[in-house]
Design a protein around this ligand. Structure first.
Ligand SMILES: [Zn+2]
Length: 86
């Protein structure tokens, strides 16, 4: 059964903070999963198409941290600089 899509080898590729180490099986829909190492040092298994489509650029821990930081930032009044023009 030949399918048009061929597997893209992502080994050694860099996607944001994630560098791809090796192929790590497939998910339930036969999408290839790749084992990556994040800039934070954690290993993270990511779906190949999420990486190539730019949906994923860091591990889940870093994304949680980013969301937390974004929420903290929202609480403050950012850009509350009033310029006094004469
Ligand atoms: Zn990370």
């Amino acid at each position: 059964m030949a399918r048009g899509r061929k597997l893209i080898d992502l080994t050694g590729r860099q996607f944001g903070a994630l560098s791809v180490l090796r192929r790590s099986g497939t998910d339930a829909h036969r999408h290839p999963i790749w084992e990556c190492r994040c800039a934070c040092g954690r290993h993270w298994r990511a779906l190949g198409y999420c990486l190539t489509e730019g949906r994923l650029s860091r591990c889940g821990f870093c994304r949680t941290e980013m969301r937390r930081a974004a929420r903290a930032l929202k609480g403050k009044n950012v850009g509350d600089h009033v310029s006094h023009s004469p």
